[in-house]
Design a protein around this ligand. Structure first.
Ligand SMILES: [Zn+2]
Length: 350
């Protein structure tokens, strides 16, 4: 019997948590470019009112990848969440579209809409069945990693025993390549990420991970991983989660992580995946699951969603402005803010 899934009648997270740069101050290159946020989290509630996504649209984002399940969320919940999000997007087609292809992302830019696709954080919801990957792709999933912090039958998580890909895991990577989903290694064990990058015939990404050299956290990645992802033609998307940034969540700190990635693998392999959690006091953890198992203390500090600081979508234009302030050229800003992900999605999506 599945655990009951909580539902919630009204959404939180619709109010901006930091000021948005006035549009008159947005850099022209920001206004002209595809702005791609590689990861965000809405509460995983069936029939959730997704109007918090307006914050991305108002901040000038063209595209956002929205999470629809982690390893602790049962398949039934993932499916109902996808059903609800799809339904909401379809009923709000004046401002949103579920992107099937790159052409849809380009069209969203032209029409002032926000393009959305889904991502999965883990692979337990596949229930060891490769055929689920094509189904999830058809339902809108365009990016996934294989383990959420803990080890599973397919891959190792970053808080596990540094497990690599299992035999089934290798087959899963091949099928992800085949059906047209971007292979993501955030939340994975180092060995799993290296195995994935060896097996994958398509570019691989870290959709929301920062540099371990600047902030020594198990969710961040070291130089070997950064260089390996560059060799696949992929991307490290710098994230705005406080504990993975280090001392603060200022734009300059985000740009320090961008600079680090650029120095290691070049401008063509860096992106942005803010990972804003829209309703931080809602827990997606099913009843009875231990938060300390999924988000263990790091250096004695709890990962508590009610206290962790998140960079919000309102920051996107300021990140572009910050890159220009730090000497990046217009073409570099366009690449980091979305052009690189357009290239990788073009190589991975069907
Ligand atoms: Zn995540």
């Amino acid at each position: 019997m599945n655990k009951p899934i909580a539902t919630q009648p009204s959404p939180k997270g619709v109010t901006a948590t930091e000021p948005l740069l006035p549009q008159a101050d947005w850099p022209q290159i920001y206004k002209d470019s595809i702005i791609w946020d590689a990861h965000a989290c809405l509460p995983l509630l069936p029939n959730y009112d997704c109007r918090a996504l307006e914050r991305h649209r108002a901040a000038g984002a063209t595209y956002v990848s929205v999470n629809v399940g982690m390893d602790f969320n049962p398949l039934s919940q993932c499916i109902r969440v996808i059903a609800g999000f799809r339904d909401w997007i379809a009923k709000h087609s004046e401002h949103y579209l579920l992107a099937e292809s790159l052409a849809d992302v380009t069209r969203a830019k032209k029409e002032g809409k926000l393009a959305v696709t889904f991502d999965l954080e883990g692979s337990v919801m596949l229930e060891d069945d490769l055929a689920m990957l094509g189904l999830f792709r058809d339902l809108g999933v365009r990016q996934m990693h294989l383990a959420y912090n803990r080890d599973n039958n397919i891959a190792g998580g970053c808080f596990g025993k540094n497990q690599g890909l299992t035999k089934l895991g290798r087959a899963v990577v091949e099928e992800i390549n085949r059906v047209g989903i971007i292979m993501d290694c955030s939340h994975s064990a180092k060995q799993t990420s290296l195995d994935v990058m060896e097996v994958s015939t398509k570019p691989v990404v870290f959709s929301h991970s920062n540099a371990k050299a600047l902030c020594d956290h198990p969710r961040n990645i070291d130089d070997e991983q950064i260089k390996a992802v560059g060799r696949t033609g992929g991307i490290v998307a710098v994230t705005g989660i406080g504990p993975f940034l280090g001392s603060d969540i200022e734009t300059d700190t985000i740009i320090r992580h961008v600079d680090y990635m650029v120095e290691k693998i070049g401008v063509a392999h860096v992106g942005i995946g803010i990972d804003y959690s829209f309703d931080q006091d809602h827990s997606d953890l099913p009843e009875g699951e231990d938060p300390a198992l999924w988000w263990p203390k790091v250096k004695g500090v709890d990962f508590d969603f009610s206290t962790v600081r998140f960079v919000s979508p309102e920051r996107l234009p300021d990140i572009a402005a910050g890159l220009l302030r730090h000497g990046y050229k217009d073409a570099d800003v366009a690449a980091i803010m979305g052009g690189n992900f357009m290239r990788v999605a073009g190589a991975c999506w069907r």
